[in-house]
Structure formats: C-alpha cells, structure tokens
Design a protein around this ligand. Structure first.
Ligand SMILES: C[S@@+](CC[C@H](N)C(=O)[O-])C[C@H]1O[C@@H](n2cnc3c(N)ncnc32)[C@H](O)[C@@H]1O
Length: 365
C-alpha cells in the first residue's frame, strides 16, 4: 500500500528519517508531507511510533481532473472494495486549492457517488447501510491534481492522549518532539523548560529519552477495521519492548503561573513520565543555570498571552538569565527581532512552523 503522512512544514526531513527507521519503504519527503509504502504492520507501527507525523493516510489513487465527469470516472475506477466492505461507513471530506474543481461540497458529493457506484457493482447491492467500520475518505485537490486517501489515524497523531487539559497557548506535541530531537536530548540529559506551561516540551523530551512511543496511550481509527488484531498487539508489544527505563533522564519545569503545577503533574502522569519531571513556580528572571543542561523554551508570543511589548521584555530578561557557558538553549519564537531583543546571535537557526505560525528555532550551544 502507498501512504502519505502529513506533517508540519519544516518537519518533513525528520518525519522521513523516523519512518525509514521503522522500515517504511520508498520514503519521499515532500512539502508538508512524507510519502511511503508498506503493509498493515507498517501502518500500525507508524501510527503508534511516529513523533513528527500528523496522521497516516492510505493513498487509494492520484490523478489529474479538470471536470466533474473526469473526477467521477477516475474515482469510480479505483479499487475501493480493497478496503471498504458492504457494511462500512465511508464519509468524504477534503479541500481544493488553485484548481478548476473548487467547490468542496460538489467534489464531496461526486466522490461519494463514484465510490457508491463502484461498490454497488462489486457487491451487487443497491443500498449501503453504513453501520460498520469507519473508512474516512479524504480528498485533496492541488493545482488540478487529485489525491484520494483513507484516514488510518482518526484523531491527529499530535494528540498523544496525555494532554486533555492545557494552559492557554500550548505548543503542538509534534513540534515539541522535534525540538527535543534537534536539541539532541539523550537518555543521560537534564532538560529544563523555564516557561513550561502544561509541560509539553518536558514530556516530549522524556518520551524521546525513554523511547516511549507517543501513540502508546491512544487508539487509532484503523483499529476498528477488519484486519488481524495481532497486527496491533504485535506492534504495541514491539513498542513496549523498546522502552528504556534505566537511564538518568530528568526534566525540570518552571512557570510563573501556579496553575501549571497541576497541569504538568497530571499530564506527565498520564504520559507515564511523572517520575522524571518536577515542577516549581519560578519567574524567568530568577532562572538558575545548571551545568550541562539543555534548555527548551517556547516563550509567550505576545498574541494569545501577554502583549507584544511584554513578550519582548521577557526575551531581554531571558537573554540575561541564561548562562551559555553552562547550558545549551533552544528557543522557538515567531518574532523576527528575537536575537536583537534577546541580546545574542544564535549559533544556528532553523525555520519551523507552530501550526500556521512561521517561527525560528534559535539554537545556542
Ligand atoms: C507559550 S506558553 C508555553 C506553553 C508550553 N510550551 C506548553 O506546551 O504548554 C508561555 C508560558 O510562559 C509563562 N510565563 C510568562 N511570563 C513568565 C515569566 N516571567 N516567568 C516564567 N514564566 C512565564 C506563561 O505562564 C506560559 O505558561
């Protein structure tokens, strides 16, 4: 089977590498997604283990379409019966950009009708009760190129299952995982987040350091499909066997907001890493540098939290608080003036996206 794994812009290379390590075949990184191929084992493995992909989709077909007739005929020609049985549900949703076929509701209706016609002829029935497993069909039309896919993940893979509650501006889990990876967090590392909010950077660092699969505590839509249960059991067991518990990883979280204490504690507990993470209320101006530690930080942007002036003042305070001879620092910010306000030029920078917000990861080492 062919798959596509959408990911945040900037994370394509990381996602491609991790998928290769999971034995996915024909891995190709593209803009905002990674293509690969494999079987149901790979499908389960990538869903359970990917730290950087947003979801895993089966590609049923890709073709050019300039008219609704073409869309209908080419959709009907695809082997939908390879996945969808006579009782299954198959809703259709998607998007279209810069294409002749720009009406989403019309595309949706035509694709649905074409799949129904295909299945009618294969199963020799005229009515689909749609009470069975859920095969969510997704279409994308970009510059008249149609991709028709089936979602295997359900909820986005960034939803690890440990963060039902969060503060006002949490960083996306996939991006936090990428920061931990880029910062070379290891089993022996001490990670500090001096403005940790709900603790995402600390938790993703701990999961990475202990090799705990991010999808360990959640389910996936394709677990309800008619594929052998052993596939999932086997891949979950493989993930359990890879966990490293006997290392020295430790993480310290601080925040000025006292509500974060319970958030961090509960989230870390749900993620199974609470023994590795502690929290204390602290203002960034009172930051204490720890020899050899890695600071990961997602300071306020001046959008959802604080205003721009207040956020920018904090960058200056941070610049003075960190001791670069003792700790390496990885700070993500969308502020183009960050280095000036922080008072130090980064050793290295990398463009990353927090959702749709273009940011830079400023690295000091
Ligand atoms: C963008 S949020 C961090 C979100 C976090 N990465 C998460 O995933 O939940 C910024 C955090 O900085 C904290 N903060 C703001 N001013 C601070 C200060 N002077 N000292 C310490 N923390 C501060 C806020 O309370 C907020 O939790």
């Amino acid at each position: 089977m062919d798959f596509a794994a959408p990911c945040l812009f900037g994370l394509e290379g990381l996602a491609a590498n991790e998928l290769k390590k999971m034995d996915a075949q024909k891995v190709i990184a593209d803009n905002g997604k990674v293509y690969f191929s494999g079987d149901y084992d790979i499908m389960a493995r990538t869903n359970i283990n990917s730290r950087f992909a947003e979801r895993v989709l089966i590609i049923v077909g890709r073709f050019g379409a300039y008219s609704f007739d073409e869309l209908f005929e080419k959709t009907r020609a695809l082997p939908w019966e390879n996945w969808i049985t006579r009782k299954d549900r198959f809703p259709v949703k998607g998007w279209s950009i810069n294409s002749k076929l720009h009406s989403i509701p019309d595309c949706q209706k035509i694709i649905k009708k074409a799949v129904v016609e295909r299945l009618k002829s294969k199963y020799r029935i005229s009515w689909f009760e749609e009470t069975g497993s859920l095969y969510s069909i997704q279409f994308s039309i970009m510059k008249d190129e149609v991709a028709l896919m089936i979602d295997t993940s359900g909820e986005g893979l960034h939803k690890r299952g440990y963060r039902p509650a969060s503060n006002d501006a949490p960083i996306r889990e996939t991006l936090a995982a990428a920061m931990a990876y880029i910062a070379h967090v290891r089993g022996s590392s001490t990670v500090v987040d001096p403005m940790c909010g709900s603790g995402t950077l600390l938790i993703e660092s701990a999961l990475h350091a202990m090799r705990i699969a991010p999808g360990m505590n959640r389910n996936f839509i394709s677990e309800g499909w008619n594929i052998p249960k052993e596939t999932w059991l086997h891949e979950r067991q493989r993930a359990i066997d890879r966990i490293v518990r006997n290392n020295d990883f430790i993480a310290h979280g601080h925040d000025i907001d006292p509500r974060c204490e319970a958030l961090v504690k509960n989230n870390a507990k749900r993620a199974g890493v609470d023994t590795r993470i502690d929290f204390s209320i602290r203002n960034i101006k009172d930051h204490v540098s720890e020899e050899g530690s890695i600071v990961l930080c997602n300071p306020p942007y001046g959008e959802r939290l604080l205003n721009i002036k207040e956020a920018r003042d904090i960058y200056g305070i941070m610049g003075k608080a960190f001791d670069f001879s003792k700790e390496s620092c990885y700070i993500i910010s969308p502020d183009e003036e960050f280095e000036k306000l922080f008072g130090r030029k980064a050793s290295k920078r990398r463009k990353l996206y927090n959702g749709m917000i273009k940011c830079q990861l400023y690295m000091y080492f």
